[in-house]
Design a protein around this ligand. Structure first.
Ligand code: SAH
Length: 229
């Protein structure tokens, strides 16, 4: 039996209408869909990708791909996950792996595709709208213009790193910003125009460009900020 194909599909950041037609069609015609689920969801057992999938009109079977969020044994976790996928590909099934946002932008699929390429599995990647692009649209302000530069930082180690990046007059996107506390004080000091968002594209979306609103706010994992150049 010939091996199935592995298809990475970007779901977009949360609004089910933000998946591409190509992505939706690929999910409909796949034999199986894996969605990443991690232990941060233990409290509500769902995954963010599953929340999006549940709103799409697809009948394909959806199976969780557990990837613990711990920094430890990362490679082993990805290998285990890939083994599960491989078992299905070996049955000749075409397997889709979904990512929220884009499939190769800070995504689990980025690790999986490398493992797939090592084993000569046939792959296809269907892009999705990344969360920061959807955030730019919600901000209703150009993210970059003219010859401006855009920099993306993920999981910053400290505010100094961000301050350094802001010295150049570029637009800065900070992903996984919840690792730092006290954004209010930092942003107040910088006095730069920004747009902060939580869970863009979902019913729980919250956004603000007013620093005062961040004073008492707990920053969740699904949040990001655009600091304009
Ligand atoms: N593949 C995704 C990024 C995943 S990394 C993409 O293309 O956008 C996870 C980080 O992305 C989160 O910590 C957060 O900073 C950001 N993120 C993803 N989805 C988001 C959403 N709906 N709202 C706000 N931030 C989001």
């Amino acid at each position: 039996m010939s091996l199935g194909k592995l298809i990475g599909v970007g779901l977009g950041p949360g609004d089910p209408e933000l998946i591409t037609l190509k992505g939706l069609n690929a999910l409909k015609s796949a034999d199986l869909i894996f969605y990443p689920a991690s232990d941060i969801y233990k409290s509500n057992t769902k995954s963010f990708s599953l929340e999006i999938l549940d709103q799409l009109e697809i009948e394909t079977e959806c199976v969780p791909l557990l990837i613990p969020m711990t920094g430890k044994n990362r490679d082993a976790h990805y290998r285990n996950a890939f083994n599960k996928i491989q078992n299905e590909l070996a049955k000749g099934k075409n397997v889709a792996v979904v990512s929220e946002g884009d499939a190769l932008f800070y995504s689990t699929f980025g690790y999986l595709i490398k493992l797939a390429q090592d084993t000569n599995v046939e792959c296809q990647v269907i892009p999705g709208v990344p969360a920061f692009i959807a955030t730019g649209a919600e901000g209703e302000k150009p993210v970059t213009e003219g010859n401006q530069t855009l920099k993306v930082i993920a999981r910053p180690n400290n505010f100094e790193e961000i301050e350094e990046a802001l010295k150049e007059n570029q637009t800065l996107v900070v992903m996984k910003m919840s690792v730092l506390d006290n954004w209010h004080d930092f942003l107040k000091k910088q006095n730069r125009s920004f747009f902060y968002i939580e869970r863009v594209g979902t019913a729980q979306q919250y956004s603000t460009s007013n620093v005062q609103n961040l004073k008492l706010r707990t920053i969740p994992y699904f949040s990001l900020i655009i600091i304009y150049g």
